[in-house]
Write a protein that binds this ligand. Structure first.
Ligand code: NAD
Length: 297
């Protein structure tokens, strides 16, 4: 396996492209606009610069990693001749089903089709392609170049052979894969999202402020980051989408998203990626602009 396509160049897509490219794979990174792809390449360059300054990679490795990534705005063009597609587009069922229908037309029948979905059924996604045994969940964690876990989700039809290939590939990327079954939210988000939702509910009920809630969880529970800050990093729209999938899938009110989360997403406060969520990220926005200028110069 040498050639990979990654669909979606947002928070996760750029990290997945970065990780494969750094391990020597040729990556075709696909998104809907040149602007999004430029932003993704600027983020990758900024993250590689940080690794160079920490001494974890050399300047040459950085340049090689960047040269391993080619960008495309058309799925059909981007997936020609690839061995594996990792879909990391927006967490929306209809959008993902539509992308997999296009992949079914554009890819050969032995191309493995993986999705980075946080919660949507792998079995349902597999249902729109021929040979659903090649569809699998490859759920990377954020930030992808740093986090070790890949949650590998077997759909109802996913074959043993495809599961083994993806488990081995994850190890090749320096990750630790863990195999789980296909139920809403899988394992990671089934446990994480109720905690994040409860922390938003705690804020909404006026029990404590943002800083206080995060401090209790950081210093009291030894979490490296508070749940509200983590929600900002994940993206509040992504958190809402995952909670909705679990709420619909289990028909259980305990997964109902907090009204404050719903309101913030409606107001465009999505966390780090929009510049504001529970915290203000205008400074990190400035850093992104600097990285972008660096790439263009
Ligand atoms: N954010 C996280 O921490 C996290 C962690 C693990 C998994 N995930 C999952 O990863 C996926 C992506 O999430 P994200 O946080 O990167 O979202 P994001 O909003 O940052 O990025 C999504 C990207 O998909 C692109 N896109 C949408 N439709 C497309 C199409 N038809 N063709 C090509 N590109 C398209 C958008 O333009 C955008 O750049 C979701 O399924 C999400 O649940 C997210």
């Amino acid at each position: 396996m040498k050639n990979i396509a990654v669909i979606g160049a947002g928070t996760m897509g750029n990290g997945i492209a970065h990780t494969f490219a750094q391990s020597g794979f040729t990556v075709k990174l696909i998104d809907r606009s040149e602007e999004t792809l430029d932003q993704a390449m600027a983020t990758i360059a900024k993250n590689l610069d940080r690794m160079v300054s920490k001494g974890s990679i050399s300047e040459e490795e950085k340049l090689k990693t960047i040269s391993n990534i080619i960008t495309y705005t058309d799925i059909k063009d981007g997936v020609v001749g690839v061995d594996l597609v990792v879909e990391a587009a927006t967490e929306n069922v209809d959008l993902k089903l539509n992308i997999f229908k296009q992949l079914n037309e554009a890819c050969s029948h032995d191309t493995i089709l993986a999705t980075n979905t946080s919660s949507i059924s792998i079995t349902q996604i597999g249902g729109v392609v021929s040979h659903p045994e090649r569809v699998i969940g490859m759920h990377f964690m954020n930030p992808v170049p740093i986090m070790k876990l890949v949650e590998i989700i077997r759909g109802y039809n996913t074959s043993d052979e495809v599961t083994k290939i993806i488990m081995d590939l994850s190890v090749q990327l320096g990750k630790t894969p863990t195999e789980v079954n296909d139920y809403p939210g899988f394992v990671a988000n089934r446990i994480l999202m109720p905690m994040i939702n409860e922390s938003i509910e705690t804020l909404y009920n006026g029990v404590a402020g943002v800083y206080e809630i995060d401090t209790v969880m950081k210093l009291g529970m030894a979490h490296p980051m508070g749940p509200l800050q983590l929600a900002d990093f994940i993206g509040l729209d992504v958190c809402l989408a995952i909670l909705n999938v679990m709420h619909d899938g289990f028909k259980n009110p305990k997964y109902a998203p907090c009204p404050l989360l719903v309101n913030m997403v409606r107001a465009g406060k999505l966390g780090v990626k929009s510049g504001e969520g529970f915290y203000d990220y205008s400074e990190s926005k400035k850093a992104e602009k600097v990285a972008k200028q660096f790439i263009k110069s």
